[in-house]
Design a protein around this ligand. Structure first.
Ligand SMILES: [Zn+2]
Length: 175
């Protein structure tokens, strides 16, 4: 059986078919033709699919977005952590210099802030203290234990100084 050249109904090229039924020069043209013929059908089924699964897709996309957001956020925190670790001393120095240069300004700020928010600060301090009483007590006990000698030494020194002052003033009076 001899096969004669045919014309592809998609691209219009001549081709030698492998079988008598073949209407396209290659699979690409077959797919293209199928798609063209069924374009409207494909689109409609896609539309239906989206309509049916809209809520599910929304949830899915949302979840994907959240994961990506978390990943970027983590990347950011990690890179800033790395930056901080790398430049720790430099940053501390800068911070110290800034504080030194702006000492009065910063003191004014905090004074002003305190004056303006006095009541709020007192309440929040009170609340914080009440909520963390035991923890704070423990902390201060621990601090005392670790710094006992230093604290006692300071106290002794203060006591000695005030005693000397007292003696001095008494001596002055007696004179
Ligand atoms: Zn073709």
């Amino acid at each position: 059986m001899t096969l004669i050249a045919k014309i592809c109904i998609t691209c219009g090229n001549n081709f030698i078919p492998n079988t008598g039924k073949q209407r396209y020069c290659n699979p690409k043209c077959r797919n293209r033709h199928y798609y063209k013929e069924n374009n409207e059908k494909i689109r409609e089924s896609r539309r239906n699919f989206y309509a049916k699964n809209r809520e599910r897709m929304r949830i899915y996309n949302n979840a994907i977005y959240k994961i990506r957001y978390r990943e970027t956020k983590r990347d950011h925190t990690e890179s800033s952590k790395r930056y901080y670790e790398k430049n720790k001393e430099k940053l501390a120095k800068k911070h110290k210099e800034y504080r030194a240069a702006n000492k009065e300004k910063l003191q004014d700020y905090s004074k002003k802030y305190y004056e303006e928010n006095k009541d709020k600060i007192k309440v929040s301090n009170r609340n914080y203290y009440d909520a963390n009483k035991e923890k704070l007590l423990e902390k201060s006990n621990k601090y005392y234990e670790t710094n006992k000698e230093e604290i006692l030494g300071k106290k002794k020194l203060q006591y000695k100084k005030s005693k000397e002052k007292l003696l001095e003033s008494q001596l002055k009076k007696e004179k």
